[in-house]
Design a protein around this ligand. Structure first.
Ligand code: FES
Length: 144
């Protein structure tokens, strides 16, 4: 069975992703351990945090025209175990793992995924499926 991501709305059938991307609370986890930081995770985290704070926070009035991505938090994560493919970013509960994320990719994650519900496909599929599932399950159990 092909489990590759097609779009965030298709992923919803598998992951429970809301039809309207503005409906669900999202957590954007950025690995801030050493391997990801030496590849630029700090800059990715800062870009994501700044854009989400300015464009996606509840302080902007909740979901709506002024806040197209709804309620989103950007949080550091200790390590996802995909250390050779960092910087790594996971959008939860969408269960989407972005690897080798560059600074400009942070903008794509905000503009395409958070605002439009579209998975940034070129940044996915780089992590072994068993590891992805293990980390997603940990997040499901609230381990973060
Ligand atoms: S250092 Fe980022 S996944 Fe381990």
């Amino acid at each position: 069975m092909d489990r590759g991501p097609e779009s965030a709305s298709n992923a919803g059938a598998v992951t429970g992703l809301a039809e309207n991307p503005a409906e669900a609370k999202k957590l954007v986890f950025v690995c801030m351990n050493v391997d990801c930081r030496v590849r630029g995770a700090s800059e990715v985290m800062e870009r994501l945090s700044t854009r989400v704070q300015n464009e996606c926070s509840q302080a902007n009035g909740g979901a709506g025209a002024d806040n197209p991505c709804g309620n989103v938090d950007v949080r550091p994560y200790m390590c996802f175990g995909g250390c050779h493919d960092g910087p790594n970013v996971i959008v939860y509960p969408d269960r989407v793992w972005y690897a080798e994320v560059k600074l400009e990719d942070a903008d794509k994650i905000v503009d395409q995924h958070l605002k439009k519900g579209e998975i940034v496909k070129p940044l996915t599929g780089k992590i072994e499926k068993g590891l992805e599932d293990m980390i997603f399950n940990l997040l499901d159990f609230g381990i973060y």
